[in-house]
Structures are given as structure tokens and as C-alpha cells.
Ligand binder design. Sequence first.
Ligand code: MLT
Length: 242
Amino acid sequence: HLVPSLFAPAMLAGGTAVVIDVLRASTTVCHALHAGADRVVPCGSVEDARETAAKLRAAGEPALLAGERGCVIVDGFDLGNTPTDFTPESVGGRPVVLTTTNGTAALLRCLEAEEVLVGSFGNLSAICAHLSADGSDERPVHFVCAGTDRNVTLEDALFAGRAANRLLAAGVGRIDHHDGDPTRLATAFAAAHPDTAAALADSRGGRNLAKLGRGEDIAVCAAVDSAPVLPRLTGDALRSVS
Ligand code: MLT
């Protein structure tokens, strides 16, 4: 069944967690792996990211440091959190160590799930195909919205609702009677907002990005199936699985 969760889902064990931070961390992860990054290593803090990258480099790996605080590239990092900066030229074949304010933190809260995936509009069809093919009727699917500062955000709920509506329309899964209210909110919201880019632009995160001069990232984050990978957490890193 489908259970869009919010921030600290209590019952992830045995389920699939689809971690969502549409603006922009989950979109960035998809773009990085689609551009051929070897893997993405999520870190909870800037210090942890620096140490992780240093260890990988000491072991001879060409690790890149990426991420933001306040939506701005961290001082001394190689890349920020702009999805289109993750190109074959910049990240191809290399591990990317990533820390973001809300997105990587949400990922790291999901470690008890049986399976942790990353979802964005860029890989909407890949996520839905995987959940359709994977016996998800038996395994609860939790759409974990990263949100902003522990508040649910419109763009993450929009993705959760869009994905859930696709699955339900395909006859995959059902809304759980007991835990289904978040799913019903998300699916109704998504049905009422068919224009993804407009909804993203009108969100707090979207307006904030525009204010910071990153308005063009909104269209990138709204583009469906632009980075059709399936990022799955294996050990400490997200890798693209087929
Ligand atoms: C986050 O993780 O908080 C976001 O991805 C912030 C951003 O858009 O850079």
C-alpha cells in the first residue's frame, strides 16, 4: 500500500522509502547519476562531507565535494546543488560526496527501510516502473518528503501525489484505510495542480530560488523523466540500478 509520510516516519522497517526533495537535492542526485557519477555519498554535515571526501581521495578516488547551505554552494566545494552542473564532464566516473540542508538529512533518517530510493520529477517514470514491478503490494511504500526546516513543502507533496496517482491508476497498490490520509491529501493536491513548473515556481522553495538568481533550476526540477535513473542506497552510497 501507499503511505506518503512526512519527516520522521516511524514505521519504515520492512518498507520502501522514496526520499523526495524536488527543489533541489533529489533532482540533483538523479542528474549526477544520470551524468555518470560513480555514486553519490550522502552526508549529514559539511564537516562529515569534507572528511568523507578526504578519505576517498586519500584512497585514490577522485571524489567531488558537492552541496549547499542556504541554497548556496559551500565554501571550497567543487559543486553546489544545481542539477545541471552535474554533467558527464564534471562528474563522469567520479564519486560525489553530497550534503544539503534538508535532502540528505531526510535520506539519512530512512536507513531502517528495507529499500531507500530517491525520487524526483526527473525520474518519475523510473520510480513508478520500479514500484509497479517490485511487488509493492506486499511492501509498504513511503514517500518521504524532505520538506524545509521540518515543514512539508508543496513541491515534495506534489511529487508524492503525482507518483501515487500514477500507481493507483495502474492498479498498483491501494490507499491504506488506517494510514492513508497523507496519501489522500497528496493525490488530491497533485490532481488539482497539473502544471508542475507553475506549482514549483509558486512554492516557497521556488520563490526562494528565484530570489537567489536560480529561477532557471525550477524548470529543470519540473521536467519529467529528464534524468531517468533509479538511485538506490547501497551501503553508504546511492547508486544507479537498472
Ligand atoms: C535542501 O536539501 O535543503 C535543498 O536541496 C536546498 C537547495 O535547493 O539547494
